[in-house]
Ligand binder design. Structure first.
Ligand SMILES: *Cc1c(COP(=O)(O)O)cnc(C)c1O
Length: 401
């Protein structure tokens, strides 16, 4: 009998009861707007910011409407102007180049390596030669590059780093939380990330001037004094006259849902990583399939899983995907010619100037991806791995390269 996987890859866990109760309290009060507080009272958003700053060790934190908004807000606060060039990953998700385009800037894409991190040699070349002053670094699918070397390259070239930590909330490099290497870190609390408020985003930084501009930019009006994880009033003195308000605040309802999840994140990370390791064990030494090595220095959150079918023909990858789908295992293929669902690639973002990334093309041609929601068990992952191993193996044996 052939085994089938029956669970959904998009089914998340419920919101913790404490979050539901806190959200109901907010609704009973009717005070959903973050600045709708009594004098001296701290709203849910201000408390979430304080707790997230503490969790990441950042001085300041700002909660906003989405991860994409967080990145756009950070780019504005760092002073990116229309027509500027901004370095970013050739392998990332659409909101990243979208944030660059939203401030009128042009993405300059950097190659990805076979280990799914930014190619630091290509970055060094483009940091020196592109004229870009900012890198919007995406830790795509949770893979963290050698951050020590990346920061050395960017510091030497005078490039400011903003980290997109949509997939690395709770992760770290050499013990330093992801988002704490560059000037600022941006996070998403969208349903498929590590804490879930449907939509939402967070920005952290130690830089008072940057954070004052981000807070004003997010739509604080002159109520920034009600923030807790914010720089002192002096930091806002000049900025409050010259920072355009581009409203994108978080509301108390979402923050109420997020706070108990944030407290739970270390435990959730362990659960995700148990699923990740079950996948890894189940797929190790599969002929024709390459696993992604995880460096010693990386503390990751295994909320999704990637592997490569290196050198495979497109039709063979497609056949493996179809055979797995036939047994209930949904794989996303980054090599598809057309953007599908959440998956698109640098050459489908046609608002950006056309660029050629041969190494990235080669990697994406064989890159497959699946989500590991916490509604799965390690036994589920072992079953998924058995199905992939069998179907990939069948196509490999018939000749896939
Ligand atoms: C989800 C995601 C974002 C932004 O998320 P929002 O949906 O705007 O909250 C940014 N970068 C990557 C890599 C993502 O996957």
């Amino acid at each position: 009998m052939t085994e089938r996987f029956e669970k959904s890859f998009t089914r998340q866990e419920p919101i913790p009861e404490a979050g539901i109760e806190a959200a109901v309290r907010v609704m009973r009060e009717g005070r959903l707007h973050r600045y709708n507080t009594a004098p001296g009272e701290a709203g849910e958003v201000a408390l979430l910011e304080e707790e997230f700053a503490a969790a990441t060790g950042a001085r300041y934190c700002l909660a906003v409407a989405s991860g994409g908004y967080a990145m756009g807000c950070a780019l504005r606060a760092v002073g990116v102007r229309p027509g500027d060039r901004v370095l970013s990953n050739g392998f990332t998700l659409a909101p990243v180049p979208g944030a660059i385009a939203s401030v009128g800037a042009e993405p300059v894409f950097v190659e990805v390596t076979e280990d799914l991190v930014i190619d630091l040699d290509d970055l060094a070349a483009k940091a020196a030669g592109s004229g870009a002053r900012v890198l919007l670094l995406s830790h795509m699918r949770g893979h963290i590059c050698d951050m020590d070397r990346l920061m050395a390259i960017c510091d030497a070239a005078g490039v400011t780093v903003i980290e997109d930590c949509a997939h690395t909330m709770g992760a770290a490099w050499r013990g330093v939380p992801s988002g704490r290497h560059g000037l600022a870190g941006c996070y998403s609390t969208q349903t498929y990330k590590h804490i879930n408020s449907g939509e939402g985003g967070l920005i952290v930084s130690d830089d008072a001037d940057f954070m004052a501009r981000a807070i004003l930019g997010s739509g604080s009006y002159m109520l920034y004094g009600r923030h807790r994880a914010a720089p002192p009033a002096e930091a806002f003195e000049t900025a409050r006259w010259v920072t355009p308000n581009v409203s994108g605040r978080m509301d108390n309802l979402r923050a109420a849902i997020l706070r108990p999840q944030l407290a739970d994140l270390p435990r959730q990370r362990d659960r995700w990583n148990a699923l990740y390791r079950a996948m890894e064990a189940g797929l190790s030494d599969t002929p024709g399939l390459r696993l992604i090595p995880r460096p010693e220095a990386e503390t990751y959150v295994g909320s999704s899983f990637q592997f490569l079918l290196p050198g495979w023909r497109g039709d063979a990858v497609q056949e493996a995907v179809a055979r797995c789908a036939g047994r209930g295992v949904e794989l996303k293929w980054f090599g598809a010619a057309e953007p599908v669902a959440f998956t698109s690639r640098y050459d489908s973002w046609r608002y950006a100037p056309p660029q050629r990334l041969p190494r990235t093309d080669r990697v994406l041609a064989g890159l497959l991806d699946l989500r590991l929601p916490l509604t799965f068990t390690s036994e589920d992952c072992a079953l998924i791995a058995r199905i992939i191993r069998a179907e990939v193996g069948a196509v490999w044996q018939a000749g896939a390269v």
